[in-house]
Design a protein around this ligand. Structure first.
Ligand code: K1U
Ligand code: ZN
Length: 170
């Protein structure tokens, strides 16, 4: 297994749209294993392949406190979202040190396959619902700061570019 490099905002590669996975096998299984290791090491509760510069529809999530409930979503689709919304203070491994409120549907139903091409559906609420939507945005090339005001977004961009230039990491 290997730790992968996580792209940092405002890296333009974070805005690429991921393509559906069409080939299942050892390469995909290795990518999923490496993404899981990278997410646990960060530490985080989710990671999209776009964040490690692989532009394919693959997401790993583990919102358990015990880090033993890995969920793998390949080619995920949201098939239902509740009218009810919730605001959650989101973070992102590609935007270190920044947390801010984002409003999203409170519950979603997702259809996906796992890394072995086995189909499943999950209905999610709470942090899992937030995390699924946040990671699926990454696959569409969208970073959560794009929900914030232009003023906040520019401040975040300036701060992270400054840190990058000085070699500092949050
Ligand atoms: O997409 C990512 O960068 C992962 C992100 C997922 C996420 C968390 C919270 C709300 C929305 C999306 C993170 O994991 S940020 C780090 C984090 O939340 C965390 C870190 C350590 C322990 C628990 C949570
Ligand atoms: Zn993120």
């Amino acid at each position: 297994m290997a730790l992968l490099n996580i792209l940092r905002y405002p890296d333009p590669r974070l805005h690429k749209v991921a393509k559906p996975v069409t080939e299942f096998g050892a390469r995909l299984e290795q990518l999923v294993a490496d993404m899981a290791e990278t997410m646990y090491d960060a530490p985080g509760v989710g990671l999209a392949a776009s964040q490690v510069d692989v532009h394919e529809r693959v997401v790993v999530i583990d919102v358990s406190e015990t880090h033993d409930a890995l969920m793998v979503f390949v080619n995920p689709e949201i098939v239902w979202a509740s009218e009810e919304k919730q605001v959650y203070d989101e973070g992102c491994l590609s935007v270190p040190g920044v947390y801010d409120g984002v409003e999203r549907p409170a519950r979603v139903k997702v259809r996906a396959v796992d890394q072995f091409n086995k189909p499943f559906e999950v209905e999610a609420d709470g942090l899992l619902a937030v995390c699924i939507q946040h990671e699926m945005d990454h696959l569409m090339g969208k970073v959560f700061v794009e929900y914030l005001s232009p003023l906040k977004r520019n401040r975040i961009k300036t701060k992270l570019l400054k840190e990058e230039r000085s070699g500092r990491r949050a």
